[in-house]
Design a protein around this ligand. Structure first.
Ligand SMILES: Cc1ncc(COP(=O)(O)O)c(C=O)c1O
Length: 412
């Protein structure tokens, strides 16, 4: 087992004096307290015995139904019977890995990948192969070459895990062409694709793309969702949509893990999505996060050292930045914490030590003022590191900078 860099940092980043650009926290302060009170009051009056009781392992029918209607807004047609409610999207990753991976099995994922998935993959002793991403997401030609190479060794990956839309951590989105090809590859090779999509509804610009699940129809794509980013991570409600043979195993895995997801929070979420103006709330979040994203991109252009590059996400919660090669972002983080600012160092998104000069920056859980100040402080400590390096070596080679200071290909 290895620890999650993000969870390790939680304790530090929750100190009030720290500006945390590290977490993936949605801004829960925007949720209307009277709406929360109204739902809880209704539960107190109508369903106390039910919400204080155990529930079915698969999840409450009301919630499974509501999950299908939320997925329908992203163009997916799903049978509620194929849904398993999980304790957050994190448990969804854990359960599919638990069910599908035996020690030593190969699984493939993005490079960089969701840092929280790495400890899960490692705890089930998977052999993790990461495929490089560029501004259009996972490079499918590299995936094909890797599959061919594995086949020549008589090996087959158990699954391909990807966050194709507004990726955590890269902020990039898999292009339509690559989506289609990935689904074809899954079919041709009979390999499962695990599509993890917490951010699809948080689009700030551009056209929506079909999910892998909708392109495939659910034959080879197992879909993972969560209410954490469009409602609340505190409720801990996620889900898996999978064909029956996998669903049955997932349910056995969940019974062993926690019997069932909280009936109290399922009731809350079920009622909220059935009744509440949830689309309005998502629209409100989109407005707030778009502004914060733009603020972050502007601050990076102003304060980050020459030679830095970064992605420009069309949605989601993260920007991925690459500093000049002389900077080790783990060292930088130690110094940045001393200056009261935190981020996730790039190495936590790789299994093999890559990402040394990269970092993931979150813009949803902090105010615009904090974003500007946080980026300014990171820029300052990075500038000091660069100066130190320069004076120690007296030679520094900087890559050419384009106009906006942004990466030319937007690659993570
Ligand atoms: C890609 C991805 N998957 C899963 C999760 C876990 O979400 P949850 O809070 O629902 O457990 C996250 C959280 O940041 C995420 O970014």
């Amino acid at each position: 087992m290895r620890s999650s860099a993000m969870r390790d940092m939680m304790a530090i980043t929750q100190r009030p004096e720290i500006i945390s650009l590290a977490g993936g926290l949605p801004d829960t302060s925007t949720f209307p307290p009277e709406l929360f009170a109204g739902e809880m009051d209704r539960i107190a009056r109508n369903s106390v015995a039910e919400v204080l009781q155990y529930g079915p392992t698969e999840g409450l029918d009301l919630v499974r139904e509501q999950i299908t209607s939320v997925m329908a807004t992203e163009g997916m047609s799903v049978d509620a019977g194929d849904v398993t409610v999980t304790t957050g999207g994190q448990q969804a990753i854990d359960l599919v890995t638990k069910v599908l991976i035996d020690p030593g099995d190969v699984l493939i994922c993005d490079a960089p990948t969701y840092p929280g998935a790495i400890p899960t993959f490692c705890s089930y002793e998977a052999d993790v192969i990461q495929i490089e991403c560029d501004s259009d997401g996972m490079r499918i030609e590299l995936l094909e070459a890797t599959l061919a190479e594995l086949a020549s060794q008589g090996r087959r990956p158990k699954f391909i895990y990807s966050v194709p839309t507004f990726q955590n951590p890269g902020g990039v989105t898999l292009s339509l062409e690559r989506r289609k090809r990935l689904v074809e590859i899954a079919r041709e090779n009979e390999i499962l694709v695990i599509e993890d999509n917490p951010y699809g509804l948080l689009r700030y610009e551009g056209e929506s793309l079909p999910t892998l699940y909708s392109l495939d129809g659910g034959a080879y794509v197992v879909y993972l969702g969560t209410f954490s980013k469009i409602l609340s991570p505190g409720l801990r409600i996620g889900w898996i949509v999978s064909p029956t043979p996998i669903r049955e195993k997932v349910v056995l895995g969940k019974q062993a893990a926690d019997l069932c997801t909280s009936t109290l929070t399922q009731n809350f979420a079920g009622n909220y999505f059935e009744r509440g103006p949830w689309r309005d709330y998502v629209d409100e979040l989109i407005g707030i996060y778009r502004l914060r994203r733009d603020t972050m991109l502007g601050a990076m252009a102003e304060y980050f050292p020459h030679g830095s590059t970064w992605t420009r996400p069309e949605g989601g919660l993260f920007v991925w930045a690459k500093m000049p090669e002389v900077i080790d972002t783990e060292d930088l983080l130690a110094k940045a914490l001393g200056h009261g600012v935190a981020f996730v160092p790039g190495t936590s998104a790789y299994v093999d030590g890559r990402g040394i000069n990269s970092m993931r920056l979150n813009f949803s859980g902090v105010t615009e003022e904090q974003i500007i100040e946080g980026i300014r402080r990171i820029g300052e400590v990075a500038g000091e590191q660069m100066f130190l390096y320069e004076t120690m070596t007296s030679e520094i080679k900087l890559p050419p900078l384009d106009d906006a200071g942004e990466t030319k290909d937007g690659a993570p």
